[in-house]
Each structure stands twice: as C-alpha cells, then as structure tokens.
Design a protein around this ligand. Structure first.
Ligand code: GDP
Length: 366
C-alpha cells in the first residue's frame, strides 16, 4: 500500500489497528483529504479520542518536545500515582517547565487532606527526578479544580504552547474535551496542516492566534494492572465513585485477599486495624494465614475473583515482598488496585501481587 499521511496531524495512515495511531476504516481510503479517525472525531465532534502507543515510539515522538518551547502538563491518576507518573519525563521534556496534575480527585474520600496530598505528590515527583513548578488536584469528570487549573496553565505557559502528557487511562481525553468545550465551543478546532515528514501524531487545539494546546498520545505503562486483566475485570477494579474505606481488625497470622489479584499477610505485630481503599465493588476476603494458600489454589477465579477466566490467561504469577513497618502510619500500595493503611509499630507484612505490578509503601496519604 502506498504511504498516506493524515491531513490533520501528519501521522501515517493505517487500516489494521482501530486503537492505534493513524487508523481509518478501509472504506475511507478512497476519499480525497484523508483524516485519521482521531482527527476526524476532533473535526466533526470536537472530541479527542484516546490513542495509546508503546514505550519506545512514545519516547521518540514525545522527545521532540525537548526541541520546542512550551509548558508541559503531566496528568496522573491520583488513584494510581506509581503506575501513572512517567519516570522518563525529565529526559523527554528537557528544560521545559512541568506542572503536575492529579486527576480523579472525586474518588478519594472527602476527608483527604489536600495540602498533604499535594506535598506528597511533590515529593514523589522529586524522588524520580521530576522538578515540577506546581501541583494541582482536579476531577475532569466532575469539573472540580478545572477553572483554577486553566487559569494557572495560562499564567505558567507565558504565551507559549501547552503539551498535555500522560499514560493511558489517566483521564487526559476527558480533561481536554472539557477544555475544548470551555474554550472553543463548537468551532472546528483542527488547525494543524500536514507537513511532509512530520509523523508526530500530535493534535493541536488553538489557544490563540499563535499558540496551541497539544494532545500527545498516551503512553502504555507495563507496570499497570490494567495491562494484564480483561475489560470486564478492569471495570470491577476501577473505582467510579468516592471510595468507602473498609476497615478490618486483624490479629497476626491473618490474611486479606483483594479479589484474587493481590494478597496481604499480617505476619507479626499487635492486633490493629487495616484500612482498605479499593473500588467499592472489589470483594475483599479475610482468612487465616494457614488457610490462605489452599484457598488461593482451590478458589482463584471463583470465590477469589477477579480475575475472571480471560484474565487468568494473561495475569503474571504472584511474587511476594516483605515489609517491616516501624512507627509511622503507612500505606501499602497495590498499583492500580488501591492501598491499605496500617498504623503499624513493629509490624511485619508480606504482600503478594502479580509479578510485573510491584507493591510499594509510602507515608500515609489520608
Ligand atoms: P485517557 O486515556 O488518559 O485519555 O483517559 P480517558 O479520558 O479516556 O479516561 C479514562 C477513564 O477514566 C474513563 O473511564 C473516564 O471516565 C475516567 N475518568 C476520567 N477522568 C476522571 C475523573 O476525574 N474521575 C473519575 N472518577 N474518572 C475519570
């Protein structure tokens, strides 16, 4: 097939992968001015469609930001910070200023201390070498924090372009679609014309005569749980409403299962409460430690579900990690699933999670 480029964003047109960059249905190949599905939707429905690409392509593509000048807005999912903060971002964006935006605030309990959360996000960013100018908390779905963020973006961008970057599923499209409605209303928003050789897959939405907001494709992070489970299971583990913490008073030698996707063994320590922050619809099972292996082997995919049958084909086997907690209130984080807060003095815990989805601990968020 002759190589054709999209008139909108310049990406190479393909007809095989409906979720990939540059897709059009075969039947549209006959048309004269070909727009990829993503640009087509933007032009006709003023709607950004989520596109995902693999790590290497993303790096190549987004690294071109380094050569440009502009403000980088890094959107993360506040419910899965470890899974959605892009560790390679400093390399990608060069010296351009970055602001960090925690989306999906509506999922956290109302009692969440936002100042503490912002501080914690700053520290997490710093730990991976990400210097951020500022941190904001929003809910793209509910509209919370959006006005302040757009004002601040306008101030920080200093009349330059704005690049929106994030991993898939953080709510990037929801956010941009909201902005489009607010700023350009129903007008035709594609301005990018095709320059031969630019196959960047960036989409530009005009902010004023000179500058644009640029949507970059979402990077797929292989450390995300979402990568390994079926769509049906993803629905179960993804919270859609404010999380109601579930509290378990446990003695040592007791175990909690989160569906069959993760497991926490309380090995040693005083009787204490384990506060679980997971999607309200994810079942949690408590059992004795001595019975846990048997339960897992006999009932995975049944009593302990998700995973469903489809996920069982792709889910990596469990690995375990041991954590010894001292005096501080600590969160044990299962990326993409949720976390458990333990008060823990001299507490030993063993966690089990799918091999690629490593558990971590952090100073308590809430
Ligand atoms: P993208 O892949 O980053 O473009 O993410 P999308 O905008 O497609 O959103 C991914 C999923 O997260 C969708 O199911 C959205 O409804 C959901 N989502 C996006 N923003 C929010 C939010 O502020 N709160 C909640 N609870 N869900 C959100």
């Amino acid at each position: 097939m002759e190589v054709i480029h999209c008139m909108g964003c310049g990406v190479e047109i393909q007809t095989e992968d409906p979720n990939g960059l540059g897709y059009i249905p075969k039947s549209s190949l006959e048309k004269e001015n070909i727009l990829c599905k993503r640009c087509f939707r933007l032009k006709h429905y003023n709607e950004i469609q989520d596109i995902s690409i693999e790590d290497d392509d993303f790096l190549k593509m987004v690294s071109s930001i380094r050569e440009k000048k502009g403000l980088v807005v890094h959107i993360i999912d506040i419910f899965d910070v470890n899974g959605t903060m892009i560790k390679s971002l400093p390399r990608i964006v060069g010296n351009n200023p970055i602001i960090l935006v925690g989306n999906k605030m509506d999922l956290l309990p109302k009692s969440t201390n936002q100042r503490k959360l912002i501080q914690w996000l700053r520290t997490s960013a710093k730990d991976i070498g990400l210097k951020v100018e500022d941190v904001f908390l929003i809910s793209s779905v509910k509209g919370y924090g959006i006005d302040e963020l757009t004002e601040q973006i306008d101030a920080y961008r200093k009349k330059q372009d704005v690049y929106i970057v994030g991993t898939t599923n953080v709510g990037k499209s929801t956010f941009i679609n909201r902005l489009i409605k607010q700023t350009v209303g129903e007008s035709d928003v594609i301005t990018t014309s095709y320059f031969p050789g630019t196959t960047l897959g960036f989409i530009e939405i005009p902010l004023d005569d000179q500058t644009s907001l640029i949507d970059t494709p979402g990077i797929v992070n292989s450390e995300q749980m979402a990568h390994y489970i079926s769509d049906h299971d993803l629905k179960i583990i993804t919270p859609t409403k404010e999380i109601k913490p579930r509290v378990y008073q446990l003695n040592a030698k007791q175990t909690l299962f989160f569906g069959g996707l993760a497991r926490l063994d309380f090995i040693k320590g005083e009787r204490q409460s384990f506060v679980c922050y997971f999607a309200n619809q994810l079942p949690i099972h408590r059992t004795k430690l001595e019975k846990a292996d048997e339960l897992y082997h006999n009932h995975l995919g049944e009593l302990l579900s998700p995973p469903d049958e489809e996920s069982l084909q792709t889910l990596p086997p469990f690995t375990q990690q041991s954590f010894k907690l001292e005096n501080e209130k600590t969160d044990i984080v299962f990326p993409g699933l949720g976390w458990v807060t333990v008060n823990g003095s001299n507490t030993t815990i063993v966690v089990h999670s799918p091999k690629e989805v490593a558990v971590s601990v952090r100073k308590s968020l809430i």
